[in-house]
Design a protein around this ligand. Structure first.
Ligand code: NDP
Length: 327
């Protein structure tokens, strides 16, 4: 069979991750990277991966099976997903949870009109965690679901720190509180407050002349981001920030605990421990691109989410092979 031809839209962390992930899937190739910047200035991971301008995409429809959209959720995807779904099958990682219904509706209209298949909000949260939440609820209706994030670098909270006057650089890690995770694992269904579930650890480089205590206060009292959490602030040098805090680890747990009878507790746990959040997210997007290609071939068009995709479609193996090897 011909390899599935993937177009990568946007070349940031996820864009590089998709190029890397496709190389691990022999049934796929990167047909091109498409960027809004000058393509001549971008250096792909692999020599030979073609880089084009976004303006070229329109005339490349016959070279591409699925576009993987790697733009940011805040400003890029609300524009790019709709525009591109009108003509291409797409996968995106839109992760602004509260706005997923409206994003779905807008992308669905474009995909219906263009008879394309458009999978939105793939990745790990939303994505793999979402699947595990609904599985837990469906299998154990008498129960409670808990999501813990971390240890992980939170981009949004790191950005919030960096906007504080007197801060020259910084990162923030979200850390699940071990005692809370253990309580949930015990199956006792504890009621946990925000503060009891996660801690926030900040590593901050002070700007010249800035006062450490003033900066610390500004961080720990910041509404929504930090005030509801136990937050620790560590001041470090610019060198240490670069050397120790440049990776993007993340992960977490989805735990469902429930009872099938009064005496019998059942606990389900799904865990991710990721050295690189974007490389893992991209690996998920690429597996879903394979499913999207198959769904399009079966005539299943319109917007979809991970809830609409059968697990077998993610695998490069045939249904027959999977029945024999994996059941
Ligand atoms: P980046 O900021 O690295 O990239 C976003 C876009 O910005 C790129 O597509 C690129 O577009 C542009 N860009 C990248 N680098 C530069 C640069 N140096 N200068 C100018 N422009 C640049 O974002 P990420 O790849 O880290 O994340 C993308 C989105 O993925 C996030 O917004 C997040 O919402 C989502 N995500 C979802 C997850 C999930 O589990 N569902 C998990 C992780 C992330 P162009 O090439 O066109 O300029």
């Amino acid at each position: 069979a011909n390899p599935i031809r993937i177009g990568v839209v946007g070349y940031g962390n996820l864009g590089r991750g998709v190029e890397n992930a496709v190389a691990k899937n022999p049934d796929m190739v990167v047909a091109g990277i498409y960027t809004r910047r000058d393509p001549a200035q971008l250096k792909p991971l692999f020599e030979g991966t073609p880089v084009f301008s976004m303006a070229d995409l329109d005339s490349h429809a016959d070279r591409i099976d699925v576009l993987v959209l790697c733009g940011g959720s805040k400003d890029d995807l609300p524009v790019q997903s709709l525009a591109l779904a009108a003509k291409f099958c797409i996968v995106d990682s839109f992760d602004t949870h509260a706005r997923i219904p409206e994003h779905f509706a807008a992308v669905d209209a474009a995909a219906q009109a263009g008879q394309t298949t458009a999978l939105i909000s793939a990745g790990w949260d939303p994505g793999m965690f979402s699947i595990n939440r609904i599985m837990g609820e469906a299998l154990l209706p008498d129960g409670a679901t808990y999501t813990f994030w971390g240890k992980g670098l939170s981009q949004g909270h790191s950005d919030a720190i960096r906007r504080i006057p007197g801060v020259a650089g910084g990162v923030q890690y979200t850390i699940p509180v071990e005692a809370a995770v253990e309580a949930v694992r015990s199956g006792t269904r504890p009621a946990l407050t925000t503060r009891q579930k996660h801690e926030r650890h900040c590593y901050v480089v002070l700007a010249e002349g800035a006062d450490a205590e003033t900066v610390r206060q500004a961080i720990v009292t910041m509404p929504h981001y930090f005030d509801e959490y136990d937050t620790t602030v560590n001041f470090i040098s610019a060198e240490e920030l670069k050397e120790q805090h440049s990776a993007m680890p993340h992960g977490g747990f989805v735990i469902r605990s429930g009872n099938t009878t009064e005496q019998n507790k059942q606990v389900i746990e799904y865990r991710l421990q990721l050295d690189s959040n974007p490389e893992f997210t991209s690996s998920v997007l690429v597996a879903y691109a394979r499913a999207v290609h198959r769904m399009k071939q079966c005539g299943m068009t319109g917007a979809k989410t991970v809830f609409d995709v059968a697990p077998g479609w993610l695998s490069p193996k045939s249904a027959e092979q999977l029945r024999k090897e994996a059941l």
